[in-house]
Design a protein around this ligand. Structure first.
Ligand code: DSN
Length: 412
């Protein structure tokens, strides 16, 4: 990584970037929403495009000098539509939360009703959590998951019939099963609701055909670009043509000012990368690795919410070990594994403590981990949890995790 100039101008920040690179290289990244984007994407994001104001949309800007920006943003829009099979794409949202906010703004008035997945069951803050704009300004009803870790579609239907939401949201930030978008569409149609699929977590799997696509069924599809899609940090909204004008207006001038055109260029590059055959293989490997990790953990006697995963992630249920998600995430960090604490359904602990740890495979798959590596990762995790007080044991586990990192170098 070239830090030549920043080292001269600001050695303090340069040092922290170098340390962060080493942290990423020397630790096993299992945060399910993280990934390692390509150097090509980072070049676009670090380019002179950061200098340009371009409020508005391609060929309809409030500033002059946008002829090259227009081409780049149009390329990103076209690639998003082609990759995900939707009519229209707005590639300007700075994040997934802002993409969701724009759909709310384009379709509802404050106080209108939404049906979405509960945050503690795997939903997302921006789908209606009481502490988020979505829960503060809209009337939110939530569905959860059943004892098998699955969405109970009949329960969703009953809730939709009872509450008559204007918008139904499917998609989650911690759900390990395939989402049946067709069933959601049938429910939405039965009650006359609009349907939004937030595919932030599974976008890479959808792009590669490894998870069914929401495109034939949903009015809106939102995603982040930095998770399994492996692009820069940002969001995209896709929709049916009939909602295109309302979505564009909600993004600008509704919610955002100048778009981040350097990041939009990074999104364009990532979308091209995601359309290649190598990316399909990558997405297939993400799922194989997740299954190998889940099986390995279960073989070591650990519980997984809902059992075997069907996508890129899973939640370790620590309840029977008597340990908390908060403590075990810290223990895993000691042995060189980065993960996040997460609630399990009916969690007796608070969301800050939790009884679970969410684990995902997009990032380790990018650096080349295969099934046999995931079995070793499972053994390291189980040993760390079961002997979390044995400092010498943890030190040995740290050496084992470092060996895996050295076997699969990153950004070298
Ligand atoms: N914070 C993201 C995640 O970790 O899933 C969702 O926005």
């Amino acid at each position: 990584m070239n830090l030549e100039n920043i080292k001269k101008v600001d050695p303090e920040v340069a040092e922290q970037i170098e340390l962060e690179l080493k942290r990423q290289q020397d630790n096993i990244e299992l945060i399910a929403s993280e990934n390692f984007t390509s150097e090509a994407v980072m070049e676009a994001c670090g380019s002179i495009l950061t200098n340009k104001y371009a409020e508005g949309k391609p060929n309809k800007r409030y500033y002059n000098g946008c002829e090259h920006i227009d081409v780049i943003e149009s390329i990103a829009q076209k690639r998003a539509c082609e990759l995900f099979g939707m009519d229209h794409a707005n590639v300007q949202p700075h994040s997934g939360a802002q993409a969701n906010m724009a759909v709310f703004m384009a379709t509802m008035k404050p106080g209108d009703r939404v049906l979405s997945m509960d945050l503690s069951n795997g939903g997302h803050l921006s789908h209606g959590s009481p502490v988020n704009f979505s829960g503060l300004y809209f009337d939110v009803k939530s569905y959860g998951i059943n004892e098998y870790g699955e969405i109970d579609y009949e329960n969703v239907r009953q809730m939709a019939l009872e509450h008559k939401p204007k918008l139904i949201i499917c998609g989650a930030s911690n759900y390990s099963k395939i989402i049946d978008f067709k069933k959601f569409k049938e429910i939405a149609d039965e009650v006359g609701a609009l349907l939004l699929a937030d595919i932030a977590h599974i976008a890479g799997l959808v792009a590669a055909g490894v998870h069914p696509s929401p495109a034939p069924y949903c009015d809106f599809v939102t995603t982040t670009t930095h998770k399994s899609l492996r692009g820069p940090r940002g969001g995209i909204i896709m929709c049916k043509e009939e909602f295109a004008a309302a979505i564009d207006k909600a993004v600008f001038p509704g919610l955002q000012g100048g778009p981040l055109e350097h990041i939009i260029a990074g999104k364009a590059v990532a979308l091209l990368e995601a359309s290649k055959p190598e990316f399909k293989e990558y997405a297939q490997q993400i799922v194989k690795n997740a299954k190998a990790l889940a099986q390995g953990l279960m073989d070591e006697g650990m519980d997984i919410v809902g059992g075997m995963t069907e996508n890129h992630l899973m939640t370790l249920d620590l309840r029977k070990t008597g340990k908390t998600g908060k403590d075990m995430a810290n223990v895993l960090e000691k042995v060189g594994i980065t993960a996040n604490k997460n609630t399990v359904p009916n969690d007796p602990q608070s969301p800050f403590v939790t009884s679970g740890i969410r684990l995902g495979t997009p990032a380790v798959t990018t650096r080349g981990f295969k099934e046999e590596d995931m079995v070793e990762v499972a053994k390291i995790i189980a040993s760390a949890v079961f002997s979390s007080d044995n400092e010498l044991g943890l030190k040995n586990l740290r050496e084992r995790s470092l060996k895996l990192c050295e076997k699969h170098p990153l950004y070298d």
